[in-house]
Design a protein. Structure first.
Length: 292
């Protein structure tokens, strides 16, 4: 593919693959099918123990994209190292279990053109199941521009991780992903908006998010630990304690039926003054027997 035409800046798509053998071929194929003309694809297998490497190798031999295999380093380190050798001025980290819609990159690049204040462009998503079937229609969410407080205080719907297109200048300004935070996208968004950039979220559905047994969001302990560690980076913000309590309340409600031990632990961490309707609903779930 041609490098850097003025009207078509190079986009580097980074897929860090880990044990997604059942899904990674569809993810890669969706990048190769983009209508945007100036894309480089870099795929790194981060120590998969399934058949991912064989599946990716077959596609690489036919299409010639950059592919490397390494022992497990974790997602943030893998992304940082791969972005460092990528050439694009726009970067799209992409899950090895998700699917891009064909016009995704074209829409986002067109939006970011002549908008240097936009550090990240995102879009809406459609959830699909393990077999690629739509689980529901994508929510109708209008265009929104997010600043730091919008993200930190959860004042508007956020930017879905499978849709992030990041300006390299913004990425380098904040030092890339933090290897110590395993939920990498939220901290990146907060740091980029803290640095003065905006996140623009298009109304268009640009990707499909695959829901399956090993999705990160289903690991409540993982989510809780990493989100609170992310918020701790901004502990000087006047709303820091409220943000943490609001998140604990949300997680308490989610855990109250499925993980009662974690729910009780969370309840003990929420000051009575910070109880809200989610706390009360969670208490009902915690105390009532589960219906059969």
């Amino acid at each position: 593919m041609k490098h850097s035409e003025a009207d078509a800046p190079l986009v580097s798509v980074i897929i860090a693959s880990y044990n997604h053998g059942a899904f990674v071929e569809a993810s890669i194929a969706s990048v190769l099918a983009q209508t945007y003309p100036n894309v480089e694809l870099l795929v790194v297998d981060d120590g998969s123990q399934d058949d991912s490497v064989a599946r990716i190798s077959g596609l690489q031999q036919r299409h010639g994209f950059d592919f490397s295999v390494q022992s497990n380093k974790g997602l943030s380190r893998t992304l940082n190292e791969t972005i460092a050798r990528a050439r694009g001025e726009l970067i799209a980290p992409f899950g090895s279990d998700d699917v891009m819609l064909p016009t995704r990159l074209a829409l986002q690049v067109r939006h970011m053109r002549n908008k240097p204040e936009v550090g990240i462009c995102a879009g809406n998503i459609e959830p699909i199941d393990a077999a690629g079937r739509a689980l529901r229609t994508a929510g109708d969410r209008p265009f929104r521009r997010l600043n730091f407080d919008d993200v930190f205080l959860n004042r508007q719907p956020g930017a879905p991780a499978p849709t992030l297109l990041i300006r390299r200048d913004a990425f380098e300004k904040i030092g890339g992903f933090d290897p110590d935070i395993r939920l990498e996208d939220v901290l990146l968004e907060l740091r980029i908006t803290e640095a003065g950039y905006f996140i623009d979220v298009l109304s268009d559905v640009v990707a499909q998010y695959r829901v399956h047994a090993s999705n990160t969001y289903k690991n409540h302990r993982f989510m809780l630990d990493n989100m609170l560690r992310t918020y701790a980076h901004f502990s000087s913000h006047p709303a820091y304690q409220k943000v943490c309590s609001d998140y604990r309340n949300s997680m308490f409600l989610k855990c109250a039926r499925s993980d009662k031990a974690l729910a009780r632990e969370l309840l003990g961490q929420i000051p009575l003054a910070r109880w809200d309707t989610k706390t009360l609903r969670g208490l009902l779930r915690l105390t009532l027997p589960r219906s059969t």
